[in-house]
Design a protein around this ligand. Structure first.
Ligand SMILES: C[S@@+](CC[C@H](N)C(=O)[O-])C[C@H]1O[C@@H](n2cnc3c(N)ncnc32)[C@H](O)[C@@H]1O
Length: 363
């Protein structure tokens, strides 16, 4: 590895040094250098990147007044307002370098000030939606299963952190099929199609025929609806389904027709279907992931677990895309990007952490 210093920026691969610093653009050469690490202040380095370059950014900035890193940087401001303003200015630059179809995944923790929980994650998130035009799509709760030691006698232990998912535009790259769980398919038994959980439609058919809560025309509609759902299952468009028939099954929605389309459907038609995707169920927004074991890391106390990066990359970075982490620390994001075959750029203000990250990614 050859390193060069110029204008406060250290570029760790010669090719990039030429392309980023001199031509202020990156592209050729990146294909044969999967992972690039840059040492310096995130905002200064981001300014050197062209518009709309990255597909997704996954990052965890230093938390306000939480820890001391080995160099000065974000997180040491006197007030949380200054801290948030500094972060927001970085995310303005990040907005520019993200593709129009791009995503930002932001993991950020809270802080206490004079006994008060400041609410930093939401203050930052709302500032990004209100002032930088990011669109917030999910507020994922990272349930850490075990919290840090907390001896206080007047509040609960905290066991979660936020992982916000922002996008730039209403249409964005998102591959939900890449993370669906428990894919199961329907099968044919004795000439009949049977769902992944054993539903063949026979019971629903009988319930419709014997129903006293459905009119004759509603029964005809319900039977033909059932036939077409079974056809869909046979053709592999869905793997499973449930039918909710008036006065038979417990409803799965609010009973108020004003708030629930399904309540309306049940009132007007007498039935509705819940159809399950053949590729499995969509994960929810609470992720149970054990934190990194800080005992094992003498030099960096704030690394997030690799597991936190898998779904964001699979969801929001196409296979030929580029991932960015402007606060990469020990390079967790880059490591997972490498495992998943994505190119990536990691930035950190500390050369020591960049060295650890490069070692981890075996550069
Ligand atoms: C919470 S840690 C990130 C840990 C990382 N996710 C990992 O798994 O190792 C935040 C990092 O931001 C870096 N940092 C602080 N201020 C910075 C700045 N202005 N520009 C770039 N990096 C900065 C710190 O050195 C620290 O490594």
């Amino acid at each position: 590895m050859k390193q060069n210093r110029a204008a406060g920026l250290q570029v760790s691969q010669t090719k990039f040094q030429e392309e980023v610093l001199e031509e202020k653009k990156i592209a050729p050469g990146f294909s044969d250098t999967q992972t690039l690490f840059l040492t310096g202040d995130a905002i200064k380095i981001l300014k050197k990147f062209p518009n709309e370059y990255f597909d997704c950014c996954i990052t965890s900035p230093p938390y306000w007044r939480h820890r001391e890193y080995n160099v000065l940087g974000i997180g040491l401001e006197n007030t949380y307002q200054e801290y948030i303003a500094n972060l927001v200015s970085i995310f303005v630059e990040l907005h520019r370098v993200l593709k129009s179809t791009g995503s930002l995944w932001l993991n950020i923790g809270d802080s206490y000030l004079d006994k008060q929980l400041v609410g930093i994650p939401w203050r930052v998130a709302l500032s990004l939606t209100d002032n930088v035009r990011y669109i917030l799509r999910n507020s994922v709760v990272w349930h850490k299963l075990k919290g840090s030691p907390d001896n206080s006698k007047d509040k609960l232990r905290s066991v979660y952190e936020h992982l916000f998912h922002f996008v730039k535009n209403k249409k964005y790259y998102y591959n939900i099929d890449a993370i669906r769980a428990n894919a199961r398919s329907a099968k044919i038994e004795n000439g009949r199609v049977v769902s992944a959980t054993g539903v063949s439609g026979i019971r629903y058919k009988r319930q419709i025929e014997l129903s006293t809560a459905l009119s004759e025309s509603e029964k005809r509609e319900a039977l033909s609806g059932l036939e077409s759902v079974l056809e869909d299952m046979k053709a592999g468009h869905i793997s499973d389904f449930r039918m909710v028939i008036r006065a038979q099954q417990r409803t799965t929605h609010s009973n108020m027709e004003k708030v629930s389309g399904r309540a309306k459907e049940l009132k007007e038609k007498g039935f509705y279907f819940l159809k399950y995707h053949p590729n499995g169920t969509k994960p929810g927004d609470v992720w149970e992931i054990l934190p990194e074991d800080s005992q094992k890391r003498d030099d960096h106390y704030a690394a997030y677990p690799e597991e936190l990066c898998y779904w964001p990359i699979l969801l929001s970075c196409p296979p030929d895309g580029v991932v960015l982490d402007p606060f990469c620390g020990t390079g967790t994001t880059m490591k997972v990007a490498q495992i998943l075959g994505r190119r990536s750029v990691g930035i950190d203000i500390s050369q020591k952490y960049i060295d650890m990250a490069m070692e981890r990614c075996r550069l």
